[in-house]
Design a protein around this ligand. Structure first.
Ligand SMILES: [Zn+2]
Length: 298
């Protein structure tokens, strides 16, 4: 397990070993910190029929029981997962609940993992409520989310929230080095340092528009040789990242000296509110970006 998640995992292992773990957990944390791997490990432990509790900090699945072997082979009959890129429909939830109400195939625990739980539709969430409240015996529901504010209050109130931490900058650098990534660009580290798995994804497939592109864009904007609407149109495809790049650019400026700090802070505020707006799926991204870029010209 990733070093930054090790402690949280051990805490849940210990509670599971003592039968003190809540049956519905909401594992929340930023995108790209390893929540799926965390849930997989926790699921392994819950399903293992020979849980090892060596010491306070060294609990682990045994690795040899039938459950562990089936998990290694990737086909455990009592582990269910729901994942969806965009939306989790009610059928997927109903199907999973049906499986959970049956008895466990290996007469142990049953585990349902719901990735990106915030993508459940309202009817999906409602279909899940009863199971969240009164699950069948020895059943665990692990909900994962990086946007818990999008979950219905009725879901939130029925889960125990477990906040998973992001790594420190140094832990992130150490991990990247272990993965074979040396000398990672400082701008990339600042943008994705709290989400190392996402950072690796971005290193493998670099964003189409780099931080340097954005910095150059702003310079031309301020020199009068570029137009806010043109840049916004060009950048809207990756709008969320663009706003983050802009924020990094602003913070660099603020660090450098007393160059109209008040107006820079204003822009920073615009960026913060843009981040909020861009979470809304129907938003006009170009318009949001134009708004910030225009303030940079003034
Ligand atoms: Zn085992």
């Amino acid at each position: 397990m990733y070093s930054w998640l090790q402690r949280s995992l051990q805490q849940l292992y210990q509670r599971a070993a003592q039968h003190k773990l809540h049956h519905a957990l909401l594992l929340k944390g930023l995108k790209g910190i390893g929540k799926s791997d965390f849930a997989e490990q926790l699921g392994r432990y819950l399903l293992c029929s020979n849980k090892q509790v060596v010491a306070q900090t060294e609990a682990a699945p045994c690795g040899h029981c039938q459950s562990c072997l089936l998990l290694n082979a990737g086909n455990h009959p009592d582990l269910y997962e729901i994942r969806s890129e965009k939306q989790i429909g009610v059928d997927a939830i109903r199907e999973a609940i049906k499986k959970l109400t049956g008895s466990s195939q290996l007469s142990g625990a049953k585990v349902l993992v719901i990735h990106d739980a915030h993508t459940m539709t309202e009817s999906s969430a409602n279909a899940l409520l009863k199971t969240l409240e009164e699950p069948t015996n020895n059943t665990f529901l692990l909900l994962l989310s990086d946007q818990t504010e999008r979950l219905l209050p009725t879901i939130l109130s029925r889960c125990e929230k477990v906040a998973l931490p992001s790594p420190t900058k140094q832990a992130c650098i150490d991990w990247l080095n272990q993965q074979g990534y040396q000398n990672v660009d400082e701008a990339m580290l600042r943008l994705y340092g709290a989400s190392p798995l996402l950072l690796v994804e971005r290193l493998v497939t670099p964003p189409k528009i780099s931080y340097q592109d954005v910095a150059r864009g702003i310079e031309s904007l301020q020199a009068g040789s570029a137009d806010p609407a043109d840049l916004a149109t060009k950048w809207q495809e990756d709008a969320i990242n663009m706003v983050k790049w802009l924020q990094i650019w602003l913070l660099e400026k603020l660090k450098k000296g007393p160059n109209h700090p008040e107006s820079l802070w204003q822009m920073h505020k615009l960026c913060v509110s843009a981040n909020e707006q861009l979470r809304n799926p129907g938003v006009n991204k170009t318009l949001v970006l134009v708004n910030i870029l225009q303030s940079m010209v003034k």
